[in-house]
Design a protein around this ligand. Sequence first.
Ligand code: F0G
Length: 451
Amino acid sequence: MKTIIEPFRIKVVEPIRLTTADQREQFIREAHFNLFAIRAESVLIDLLTDSGTSAMSSEQWAGIMRGDESYAGAESFFRLQDRVREVTGFEHFLPTHQGRASERILFDVVCGPGKVVPNNNHFDTTRANVEHTGAEAVDLVIDEGHDLQSQHPFKGNLDIDKLSDLIERVGVERIPFCMVTITNNSGGGQPVSMGNLREVRDVCHRHGLPFFLDACRFAENAYFIKKREPGMGDRSIQSIVHETFELADGATISAKKDGLVNIGGLLLLRDEKLLEQARNSLILTEGFPTYGGLAGRDLEALAQGLDEVLDEQYLAYRIRSTEYLGERLVSAGIPILEPPGGHAIYLDAKRFCPHIPQEQFPGQALAVGLYRVAGIRAVEIGSVMFGGEGRTVDAELVRLAIPRRVYTQSHIDYVIEAIVELHQRRDGLRGLRIVEEPPMLRHFTAKFEEI
Ligand code: F0G
C-alpha cells in the first residue's frame, strides 16, 4: 500500500468558513496587510503555526476530565512526572505555561550582559529572551543550513568548527551553555543528527560547558534520525528520544508542538542548584512547582500527548504529510526550501516573485496573495520578521506550518492548488511598505500599505 492515511478517525468536527474574494479583500485591508490581525474565523486553512494548534485525542480529552486541580501536589503532576521521566530520563523538571516561559526562567538565571549563547539557530522568542538579559545570541548552523537547495539530510546540524572557534574567541567564562534546537525551526524545520548532538555534547563537556536542547519537536527529530542516520533504522523512537535527552544537561520545551497540547511547556534540569534557582523564579511568576502556569487538566493532557507522539505510525503520517505537500509543490515548479522539514514547508519568496525587491517584503506580499486567492494563512519568515534596524536578511520565506492531526489530505490538496494558481498569476503580486511598527518582534503588529 502506498498511501499513508491519517491514523485516526474524526469524532468531533469544527466548521471552517468559506469566504468570497471580495470579503477577503476587505479583511486583508482592514488588517493592514498583516495576517496576524485577521480574525481566525475569516481563515479557511490556517497554517500560521503548528504551535498549540494540535487536535487532542479522545484519551487526552478523557484526561482533561481527570485533571486534579489541587494547588499543591496534584495527582496530575505526578502522572506527568512519571511520563517525563520515562520519555526523557530526566529526574527533575518544572512545568511552565509554554516554551518561552522555560526560556525566560533559564536565561534569567544563567545569562546576562557580556554572555554569549551559541545555538544552531535561535528561534525568534529564544533570541529575544537571550537578548533581553543583555546577552548575545549567536547562530552556528552548518553552511548547508543556509543553502535553500542543499539536500543535506541533517541541515539543522550545528557546525562544530564554528563552535570551537567561538569558544576560543570569546572564552568559556562568557558562555553560560550551548544550545541546539531540534528540529531547527528558524532553519526550515530541518533535523539534527544524533552524531552531531554527540559531537556538540563532547565539545561542550571538554570545556566544562553545559549542553541544552531547545526540544520542542524532539519526536519529529527522532523520526528523521531513524529514517536518515546510518545505523539508526532498527532503533525504536522511544530509544532515540531517550538517547537525545540523555546527552543534554537540560532542555527547554514548548509542549505546544510535540506535546500535542494547546498550551504547556517544560524545563528539564539536572543541576540541583540551577533547579532550585529556576524553581524560585517559577514560583515568582508562573506558579507553584507542581503546576507551573498550567491547570491540572493541562498536565493530564500533556502526560498523554507525550505518549502518543512517540507512536511511529503517527510520526510516519506526520512527516509524510509534510513531505507530500513539498513534493507536489516541487513537481509543479514552485520554489521551496528543500528538503521538506518536519512541521512545515517554506516557500522561497525571492524566487516565487523575483519582480518584488527585497526591501518591499516579497514574503509578506506572497503571504497576502495566498490569503487573497484562497483564504490560506501562512507566516512570513524574512525581512519583516528578522529585518529592521540595519539588519540584513538572507532568505525571504513564507512558512506553511502544518497543525498536528488537524487537516486531511484534501485540505492539503486544496493548498497545493491554491499555490499553483497563485504562482501562475505571480506577476500580479505587489510589494509592501511598513507604515507603523513596534520597537521589537515587529511582525506581530506592524501595519503595511501596498506599493
Ligand atoms: N523554540 C522553538 C524552536 C519554537 O519553535 C518555539 C515556538 C519556541 C521555542 C517558543 O515556544 O511558543 O511555546 O513559547 N514556536 C512557534 C512557531 C510559536 O510558530 O514556530 P512557545
